[in-house]
Design a binder for this molecule. Structure first.
Ligand code: SF4
Length: 316
């Protein structure tokens, strides 16, 4: 579908064309423990202005993240590179889907400048899936990491990448500009992949994480899960074991929230005590760092958590 803009420059394509004929499911009322700050502080406004000024896309906005008020108040924005349109169609994700525009070769420099301006000690860079590109966008990731190192040498860099499915050599290209943390989310348990993450393969994602350590044994690896999609506790235990077998250091677990009636329904809300229990089990299984709470997201408190992760490895 051709990209059509209105006079204000707004993209008029349907946001999720592949979901147009899906049945609508009611959105469950959120429990009391899912409460977020309204996005209206001065820090929030400053972050928004820098994001706009540099023409950046953030996953905070595109995914409708509930933590945006808190994170942007502290200048923590997660940049989403390679456009705002994803070539996959995951049932949980609010990012626009369809045919993406061509890559912007100036984007890595713009991201580097924005990171310097925001004064970030730690930054998370993620992207849409770009299955249309021969390398899945691997070289663009590496260029972005290099640009941040140039513009803001003291900033530590975490990348949250797609799976680069069927893109031979992509991971090796990314790792030519090694990040401080390599994050790739498994998102859910293998039984739910066809329903929740239909374009992905559980073992491909797991293998990607294991390969990072084979390429660079000093790298920190991280992965995340959403709960509330119908998974069982036993299935989560198995995923934790699989991640430990792939030598993943850091696990995040958060509650899935349904972005619209066309997205996968929330089967249930896990309670704060259940998250605490998952965290205790994950630590016992040997993860260096675990963040598990209803509002945990991959990039939530990523800077503080990276400092803890480094300290945990050092003390080991
Ligand atoms: S948790 Fe991550 S995606 Fe959400 S607002 Fe914070 S930085 Fe952005």
């Amino acid at each position: 579908m051709a990209i059509v803009f209105d006079q204000a420059g707004k993209d008029l394509r349907p946001r999720h064309p592949e979901k147009a004929h899906r049945p609508e499911t009611p959105v469950l009322r959120k429990p009391d423990w899912i409460r977020v700050k309204a996005p209206n502080g001065p820090g929030y406004g400053k972050t928004r202005d820098i994001v706009r000024e540099h023409g950046l896309t953030t996953v905070c906005e595109e995914a409708g993240c509930p933590n945006i008020g808190e994170c942007w108040e502290q200048s923590h924005a997660t940049m989403m590179i390679m456009g705002d349109t994803c070539t996959r169609a995951c049932a949980f994700c609010n990012v626009r889907t369809g045919l993406p525009a061509a890559l912007d070769p100036a984007e890595p420099a713009h991201v580097g400048e924005a990171v310097a301006k925001l004064g970030l000690s730690h930054v998370v860079i993620t992207s849409v899936d770009r299955d249309d590109l021969a390398d899945g966008g691997a070289a663009h990731f590496a260029a972005t990491v290099r640009a941040i190192r140039t513009h803001s040498p003291a900033t530590t860099i975490e990348i949250l990448t797609p799976d680069f499915l069927r893109k031979a050599g992509a991971l090796e290209t990314v790792m030519t500009a090694p990040p401080d943390v390599f994050n790739h989310n498994l998102e859910t348990v293998p039984r739910l992949y066809l329903k929740v993450r239909p374009g992905a393969r559980y073992y491909t994602s797991l293998r990607l994480l294991a390969r990072v350590k084979e390429i660079d044994s000093n790298a920190f690896t991280k992965s995340g899960l959403m709960v509330g999609l119908g998974e069982t506790r036993e299935e989560i235990m198995q995923v934790m074991d699989d991640l430990r077998a792939a030598d993943v250091d850091f696990l995040t677990v958060g509650q899935y929230l349904q972005p619209s009636r066309k997205h996968a329904p929330v089967e249930r809300f896990w309670t704060p005590d259940e998250f605490k229990s998952l965290e205790a089990i994950a630590r016992a299984k040997g993860f260096l760092m675990v963040s598990a709470s209803p509002l945990t997201r991959s990039s939530y408190h990523a800077g503080e958590d990276f400092a803890r992760l480094r300290a945990a490895r050092a003390s080991k």
